[in-house]
Write a new protein. Sequence first.
Length: 372
Amino acid sequence: MTTATAALCHGHGKAFTFEQVQLADLRPDELRVRIVACGICHTDLAVRDGQLPVGLPAILGHEGAGVVEAVGADVTHIAPGDRVVMSFNSCGQCPNCADHAPTYCYDFFAHNWSGARADGTATVRGDGGAQVNANFFGQSAFATHAIATVRNVVKVPESAAAVPLTILAPIGCGLMTGAGAVLRSMKVRADLPIAVFGAGTVGMAAIMAAKIAGAHPIIAVDVNDDRLALARELGATHAFNARAGAIDSIRALCTQGLGYVFDTTGINAVIQDAWNLLAPRGIAGIVGASDPADLLTFNEAAFMGGGRRVMGILGGDSDGEGFLTELIEHHLAGRFPYERLIEVFPFNQIEQAIAASESGKVVKPVLSIGQE
């Protein structure tokens, strides 16, 4: 077993605690990664606050990046010493995984949120031997070391050898989700208008991707004027404050309606207002974490007659290595300058990093956990 230091989440209003844990021996398809950095994502905070069914206390963190220390017997394309980024896990065998759509894995919960391997065995134990809830998104990267599998680890291409892992780490979830929603899920077409509701990490990634896709106009909507200003710098052609008549402003700007709406807020009233802006055949993509009891209401005639669509999106329809490598290449070419969203915090300042995110001061906090 390998000893690691992990930050354990105990729930809303409770501080993370740093504890010594033991990682299990590797299975043939697994890898042990020494974590260098990990982004903090809204999903981590949703688990902390009891909005997602993950048992606590738990080791969270699912935007990890690091250096491979050891590999299982069946791992052939990744070797010790390789720099890697990590993302969600999947079974690799269900109909959706077989169709290159692993974000919709039939067994997603067991492989990502169950607190253990899909078969129930522990990847992490405490000093006393008791099982610790871990394997979050197949990694649990709020720790100095993590176990992952060949399905959720991507080797950093040689072209990005000079890019620090503190910059590469967050590409595995929020950035992937926002960019993938535009480039893969909705397949945004050039010269059609898009409005992005919420200018956090996911929304900013969508705005940058919309620029790559050639959408026009690209409209950012948020309540934070500083984030709206940054959205303009990253690709938005227009930015409207949601508290100042944004819906009317969009309607006046795009008189024929929007080709695409992308919601990251998870607020049903926002989604419904945005949906009503769609042009015929327009698509509303939604990724926000909504209250499980919330429902959406649309006019049936407008929904059917206009060929409008509502699309739930997970992970930006990413297929893992293919899309993450594509995003890294966009970054290297200057088309996806997401480094402007990042502020790096020492691992022991995880509480300060979360506070900076929740206050809106920092779009994407990244924890520096180890040396490259």
